[in-house]
Design a protein around this ligand. Structure first.
Ligand code: PHE
Length: 343
């Protein structure tokens, strides 16, 4: 009898000691398991009931029960307190200062080339043009021969070409798309063909890879004046109200007549400045009436149908419009440069 009472006293003391420095509820749970769980001092005590003589059992049982109630209370009381403290601490640590300025997410912007391309597509699709995109690796036939530029034609020299094989090349002009369209579709045709082109050419205003935008209109009764009217509209929309166009005679094998198109200088209004080199005019694109031999080659009757075509360099338009003096800036991807086009 005495020994069980003493044992209980001892266990109580052990528990008190074990709980003295507990700071974490997790640790408390471990201690609780150590005493109350299997093999623990408290549970072992219940087991020892077997050895207690029957007449003493009710009393010993009561005492053990009291110990259990006491220790349960002790553990849950402390557990509650520790958990409340832990929660308080967590709240304090996770406090959000809603008055702090938010972190700004760095977002990108469209590349100037893309901006110009989108603008051009907007302007021309507003006039009823459809988009056609041809392949960048082209047959010699589409890039040259079908454009009235057979092998040995001196005009091939106008475009230094990257050949992949005698038959395949990197297209030097989006004009190749004209043939692909006219082979498949019969007039009326009104397409716009943007894309990358390649030439072995590299200086401040030329790059081995650049972008062009091709336009092609074929129908009955199309005249050079239609080209001029459309270009005037394009110049106003892209370079600003009051900008005019003029046509100068030029040469391309696939157009006849061929023209070089200038816009009146949008920087000085035509008076003469650095941008237009004192002339009042800036060259922006090549164009002309589709050569009848090209129409014929695509199975379109040149006595019934006529058409015009034009092609412009997108980087060139971007450089003019944004006052960029070196084409390399458009390909280097320098964020300090690109940032300036964020709106
Ligand atoms: N393809 C010509 C070039 O790259 C431009 C052009 C297109 C000229 C269409 C006339 C008609 O220089």
């Amino acid at each position: 009898m005495q020994s069980v009472k003493e044992k209980i006293k001892e266990i109580k003391q052990h528990i008190e000691e074990a709980l003295e420095n507990v700071k974490l509820s997790k640790k408390l749970y471990e201690i609780k398991m150590k005493f109350m769980g299997k093999g623990g001092e408290v549970s072992d005590l219940s087991k020892s009931m077997r050895d207690v003589p029957p007449e003493e059992r009710p009393e010993v049982g009561k005492l053990i029960n009291e110990l259990k109630v006491w220790s349960d209370g002790k553990f849950s009381e402390l557990d509650e307190r520790l958990k409340a403290e832990e929660l308080k601490k967590r709240y304090a640590e996770e406090t959000v200062d809603v008055t702090m300025p938010a972190k700004r997410a760095a977002y990108g912007a469209l590349h100037p080339n893309t901006l110009i391309r989108n603008e051009l597509v907007d302007v021309f699709s507003g006039m009823g043009f459809e988009i056609f995109e041809g392949p960048e690796i082209e047959n010699d036939y589409y890039n040259f021969t079908a454009l009235n530029t057979p092998a040995d034609h001196p005009a091939r020299d106008m475009q230094d070409t990257f050949y992949i094989s005698p038959e395949l090349l990197l297209r030097t002009q989006t004009s190749a798309g004209q043939i692909r369209v006219m082979e498949k579709k019969k007039p009326p045709i009104k397409i716009l063909s943007p894309g990358k082109v390649y030439r072995s050419d590299d200086d401040a205003t030329h790059s081995p890879m650049f972008s062009q935008m091709e336009g092609l209109v074929v129908d009955e009764g199309i005249a050079l004046s239609d080209l001029k009217g459309m270009l005037d509209e394009f110049a106003r929309k892209i370079f600003g109200e009051g900008v005019k166009t003029r046509l100068r005679p030029s040469y391309f094998p696939f157009t006849e007549p061929s023209v070089e198109v200038d816009v009146s200088c949008f920087a000085c209004g035509g008076a003469g400045c650095r941008l237009c080199k004192g002339t009042g005019w800036i060259e922006v694109l090549g164009a002309g009436m589709v050569n009848r031999r090209v129409l014929e080659g695509c199975g379109i009757d040149p006595d019934k149908y006529t058409g015009f075509a034009f092609g412009m360099g997108i980087e060139r338009i971007a450089m003019l419009k944004y006052g960029i003096n070196n084409m390399k800036l458009l390909f280097e991807g320098d964020v300090r440069f690109l940032k300036q086009f964020k709106d």
